[in-house]
Design a protein around this ligand. Sequence first.
Ligand SMILES: C[S@@+](CC[C@H](N)C(=O)[O-])C[C@H]1O[C@@H](n2cnc3c(N)ncnc32)[C@H](O)[C@@H]1O
Length: 275
Amino acid sequence: MIESSNQAADREPVELHPERPHPARVYDYLLGGNTNFASDRAAAEAGLTVNEGARTTARSNREFLRRAVTFLARDAGVRQFVDVGTGLPTAPNVHETAHAIAPESRVVYTDNDPIVAAHARALLTSEPGTGPTSYLEADLRDPETILAQAHQLLDFTQPIGLLLIAVTHHVDDEDDPHAVVADLVGRLPSGSYLALSQITDEFRPEWHEVSKDFARRGGVLRPRPRASIERFFTGLELVEPGLQVVNRWRPDDTDVYRDLDEGGVSVLGAVARKP
Ligand SMILES: C[S@@+](CC[C@H](N)C(=O)[O-])C[C@H]1O[C@@H](n2cnc3c(N)ncnc32)[C@H](O)[C@@H]1O
């Protein structure tokens, strides 16, 4: 069930700007989905021209999300999640992975793209008898609003799993994503976790061409070096195996991307605990 109202989906009409590529729809195309427009497909195809690994990047990142939530629910006992930059619904969604392990888990989803809001009510809703989900249209750069919503659904005396999966690379340096993440983490209870992944330029300089192409089309894509991605985890205790190319972060038998080389994936990710 969905407990709190889906504010964004209640608004009409939703302005989708089909002429401009949106990260959620470009990513959906790379994952093999069909919630995308010609501009999104063009941006994705341009990305594939300069970096043929972009599709693998998207898919192995999505697998990292599944394994990180599995770790948090199964091994760390986390029962509440805030997922910022949710993306278009793609099975398994966070609540589906968490509910398979702990049906009482609660999930707050947030994205700043109206097309995600338009799909959220139907597809990010939990089954009867399981913990509730809520969806909020909000920007990562606005932690205040995100946490106000989280306070309605979650218990801030208990650990929370904050998921920032493939979203910080859509925030420009001038918006100081490190300060934004530190602010969000700072407001979580002790014992909470941050799971974060982001595109890196560490292995393939071609990512800068993809970045320029995104900029020409009105989007933001900021690949970052390893040291910069490490900084997102400042003050936190990294869970083994630390910051890794996402397909090497606790790979399991179902992950078909586990043996890909680092450049082919080009996303670094980690899970860390707030002491
Ligand atoms: C590459 S997708 C990742 C989706 C999902 N987290 C995953 O890893 O499978 C990035 C998502 O972040 C969202 N996004 C980009 N900038 C954002 C911002 N400033 N605040 C909130 N969401 C944002 C996009 O709309 C998109 O849905």
